[in-house]
Design a binder for this molecule. Structure first.
Ligand SMILES: *[C@@H]1O[C@H](CO)[C@@H](O)[C@H](O)[C@H]1NC(C)=O
Ligand SMILES: *[C@@H]1O[C@H](CO)[C@@H](O)[C@H](O)[C@H]1NC(C)=O
Ligand SMILES: *[C@@H]1O[C@H](CO)[C@@H](O)[C@H](O)[C@H]1NC(C)=O
Ligand SMILES: *[C@@H]1O[C@H](CO)[C@@H](O)[C@H](O)[C@H]1NC(C)=O
Ligand SMILES: *[C@@H]1O[C@H](CO)[C@@H](O)[C@H](O)[C@H]1NC(C)=O
Ligand SMILES: *[C@@H]1O[C@H](CO)[C@@H](O)[C@H](O)[C@H]1NC(C)=O
Ligand SMILES: *[C@@H]1O[C@H](CO)[C@@H](O)[C@H](O)[C@H]1NC(C)=O
Ligand SMILES: *[C@@H]1O[C@H](CO)[C@@H](O)[C@H](O)[C@H]1NC(C)=O
Ligand SMILES: *[C@@H]1O[C@H](CO)[C@@H](O)[C@H](O)[C@H]1NC(C)=O
Ligand SMILES: *[C@@H]1O[C@H](CO)[C@@H](O)[C@H](O)[C@H]1NC(C)=O
Length: 686
């Protein structure tokens, strides 16, 4: 076909031609979908703005097309246009007069294009839009100079997205005309320095600087800012101007994934509610503040930048009483840091604290009496620390009336007020996994007053729903351990040798999830656990699936690493009607008894997790994938097949013996040969 050379051009002409012909024939547009006053022409292989749309159109979406240049006349016939979206084209420039009549245009999305190549001309075009409020220039390979040129005189702009470009440095010229700017996204550039860049943006409320290369944020004085996101940089210092008396409007500060050594120096007056500091190396240095022990410690840090140094930003480095205003903080996320202790009065300064997240720090002890958490505390996550002691008196515990979630897993708890949990009236979820704790026997719990026994007790905490006691080295659970509770989740996995049955019987009505993995149990009567939806009995010694499971309405069943050789058809059929997820790997299944596999496989609602990894052994102990095993190798479904193997083996050996005898006797008389042939080489019936 001779068309080949023309194909690209044709492809480009085709869409507009189709639109034109369609316009002349009837008013619908095959490439664009009209929805009220919007034309949706996304992903339509267009090279131009379609010319045949109604002139009252207010929004045109042209994302994912092939427009390279927006020509002077491309939107002239749409004077009502308010929103134009051209993301993900290969747009290189917008000709200077494109928007001469677009008096109403407010929002322009140019994300993911190549505007770096025609930024000069494009900047002239943008200047003609008198009321542009939102501009997306993300992913356009723009450097700082190009961006500054494009943004000149865009005085009406309120939302600007410059993420994913090549900005290196911001200074007072970067955004100087954008007096009304409210939101600025600068994520994923390569910014390493900011020098007085936001002086003229007095209305800026949301600033995103995530994923850049900033080494510090000092002299922070943007009191109007509400959200600052500077996560994923290399920030070692965050220092606000301490001499500003205005209340900062800052509500959310995200400094996670940085290099902070110190808790940030926050503004003296602020409304900060959410402070995200995870994945830094923050610790507190109150122990160094003492001048007599460390007389020569420097108190000041100097910060320089490329143009001129900003002078001495003095920070009282070791004085942890100077964290600025933290009185409105509700969420404090300090996960993955190096905190060993909280400085004196630190927690008390946060009377609104609701969530404290301390996963993976170095806390060694927690004195609740000393810290004085407020009654707003809702979630306390102290998992994966070095806690060996929790101290609390009656008063400090009863103050925690709103504490709902407490995670103490992965610690080394040695001392513990046994009444800790019974005193917390709103408690719903407790995780004590991977501590060596015991459950108090009933009598002792009432006698013991302070922290001596390492035993816990939650008798009659009616609110408690979820209890996690994985890997606690538990051997015996006292019969009365769960009386008065109505748990929905109980996790007792990884306590090898645990004796459990009697104690959890009182939970049989409420329990929805039960974890008994790796407890070395061999059998269990589940018949009363009518609410159970999820059961984990992996890594145990079940040779048969308990029949008591069949009456339950189980959705998730983990049976991995047991001793099951098969699941009888009746059981498999019943289970397959209910289960959504079943885990079966690691059992010594018999290849010749895998009917259950077809049953589960045939049910589309059952997900056999790790299905292709399921293995079985055949009669001679060779391992196969259940999925690929050919069942004709088993002559009978039941154990009799082994006899057939033996018979087969015998007949083969007999034949071999016969052949050897023939070979031996080939020298002997033909008569003898004939007779042997007649006797032994009859066709067998196998
Ligand atoms: C920007 O606006 C100012 C004042 O409104 C005007 O003097 C200047 O020429 C404009 N600059 C450009 C490049 O259009
Ligand atoms: C800015 O653009 C990027 C990439 O196009 C996008 O992921 C991000 O959500 C945008 N920011 C805002 C505030 O809309
Ligand atoms: C900060 O930005 C990062 C990257 O876009 C995002 O994952 C994170 O959720 C943002 N933080 C907040 C508090 O919104
Ligand atoms: C802040 O207040 C203090 C005392 O109230 C005053 O001495 C200082 O000059 C004020 N600073 C500013 C920048 O207004
Ligand atoms: C502190 O500085 C003084 C004078 O410079 C010096 O004599 C002293 O040894 C220093 N002390 C310590 C603990 O380094
Ligand atoms: C900063 O303070 C130190 C000690 O107070 C002083 O030696 C230094 O000259 C100061 N630097 C500037 C730039 O003011
Ligand atoms: C816990 O704090 C209280 C109040 O500050 C104090 O009296 C008590 O000695 C502390 N307990 C321990 C073990 O540090
Ligand atoms: C307790 O927590 C709930 C849920 O977070 C909240 O609505 C309530 O106001 C809190 N109560 C107190 C006294 O802070
Ligand atoms: C408690 O913390 C550990 C470690 O961070 C986590 O794996 C576990 O899921 C948490 N427990 C609950 C109940 O959220
Ligand atoms: C069941 O418990 C074992 C042992 O704790 C654990 O490894 C496994 O992930 C659990 N199964 C499910 C489905 O959560």
């Amino acid at each position: 076909m001779p068309v080949h050379g023309l194909t690209p051009i044709l492809l480009c002409l085709l869409p507009s031609w189709i639109i034109l012909t369609q316009v002349s024939s009837h008013p619908q547009h095959s490439r664009c979908q009209l929805k009220q006053k919007a034309a949706l022409c996304n992903d339509a292989k267009l090279c131009y703005v379609p010319p045949g749309l109604p002139d009252y159109i207010e929004e045109i979406q042209l994302n994912y097309n092939q427009i390279q240049t927006l020509q002077d006349d491309s939107v002239l016939r749409y004077p009502s246009l308010k929103t134009l979206s051209l993301a993900c084209n290969s747009l290189e420039k917008i000709e200077s007069n494109t928007f001469q009549d677009s008096k109403l245009l407010e929002s322009l999305n140019l994300a993911n294009n190549n505007l770096y190549s025609g930024f000069q001309e494009t900047s002239h075009a943008l200047k003609q839009i008198p009321g542009l409020r939102a501009l997306d220039l993300s992913e356009n390979k723009l450097d700082g100079e190009m961006a500054a040129t494009l943004l000149q005189n865009l005085t009406s702009l309120e939302y600007l997205n410059l993420s994913g470009n090549l900005l290196l440095r911001l200074d007072e010229n970067s955004f100087k005309d954008l007096h009304l700017l409210k939101e600025l996204d600068l994520q994923r550039n390569i910014i390493f320095e900011i020098d007085a860049a936001f002086k003229s943006n007095r209305k800026l409320q949301r600033l995103n600087l995530a994923f850049n290369y900033l080494p510090c944020l000092t002299d922070f004085d943007m009191s109007q800012l509400v959200v600052l996101n500077a996560s994923h940089n290399f920030i070692e210092w965050f220092i606000s101007r301490q001499d500003i008396n205005d209340t900062f409007q800052l509500e959310t500060l995200d400094l996670s994934d940085n290099k902070l050594l110190f808790f940030p120096f926050l503004p003296s007056y602020s409304q900060l509610r959410n402070l995200y500091l995870s994945h830094n190396t923050i610790m507190f240095y109150e122990h160094l503040a003492d001048d007599t022990t460390f007389p020569n410690l420097t108190n000041t840090v100097e910060f320089y930048n490329m143009k001129h140094h900003t002078g001495n930003v003095t920070a009282q480095l070791w004085d942890d009483s100077l964290h600025g205003d933290i009185s409105s903080i509700e969420i404090l996320d300090l996960r993955v840091n190096q905190v060993k202790y909280f400085p004196k009065g630190f927690i008390q300064k946060m009377p609104a604290l609701a969530r404290l997240q301390m996963w993976t720090n170095c806390l060694a002890t927690l004195n609740l009496t000393f810290e004085q958490f407020s009654d707003t505390l809702y979630e306390l996550d102290l998992s994966n620390n070095r806690l060996n002691q929790i101290v609390a008196d009656e008063g400090s515990l009863s103050a925690l009336s709103n504490l709902t979630y407490i995670n103490l897993s992965l610690n080394n708890l040695q001392q513990f007020p046994s009444r800790l949990f019974s005193s917390l009236s709103s408690l719903r979820s407790v995780d004590l996994s991977y501590n060596n704790v015991n459950i108090c026997p009933s009598e002792e719990a009432e006698i013991s007053t302070d922290t001596i026994p390492v035993c816990v007790d939650w008798k009659n905490v009616a609110s408690l729903k979820q209890l996690y006691l994985k890997g606690c080295n538990l051997k015996i659970i006292p019969a009365s351990a769960f009386t008065g509770l109505s748990l929905t989740h109980l996790e007792l996995s990884d306590n090898p040798g645990l004796i459990v049955e009697q104690s959890i019987h009182c939970l049989s009505r409420s329990l929805q999830h039960l974890g008994l993995g790796n407890t070395h149990i061999q059998d269990f009567d589940f018949s009363d656990f009518h609410s159970l939806r999820s059961l984990n009995i992996s890594s145990n010694f079940f040779y048969h699936l308990p029949n008591s499971l069949l009456n339950l309405d189980l959705k998730v069943l983990d049976l991995r690493c047991n001793r099951l050789s098969t699941i009888p058809s009746g059981q498999a059929n019943t289970l397959s009607l209910k289960l959504h997820h079943v885990f079966l790997t690691g059992n010594p299944f018999n290849c010749c008894q895998t009917e259950w596999f077809r049953t589960f496989e045939a049910k589309k609602t059952v997900n056999m997790v790790g299905k292709s990894d399921l293995e079985c052994k055949d009669i001679v102990q060779v391992t196969h994938r259940v999925e690929h095993f050919q069942s004709f190798l088993c002559l009978h479904q039941d154990g009799e097949s082994i006899y057939w193997y033996i018979l087969l083996f015998l007949s083969v050996s007999l034949t071999c013996v016969g052949i050897s005898i023939i070979a031996l006797l080939t020298f002997k008389s033909k008569m003898l040969r004939m007779s042997i042939k007649n006797k032994c080489l009859k066709p067998t019936s196998y």
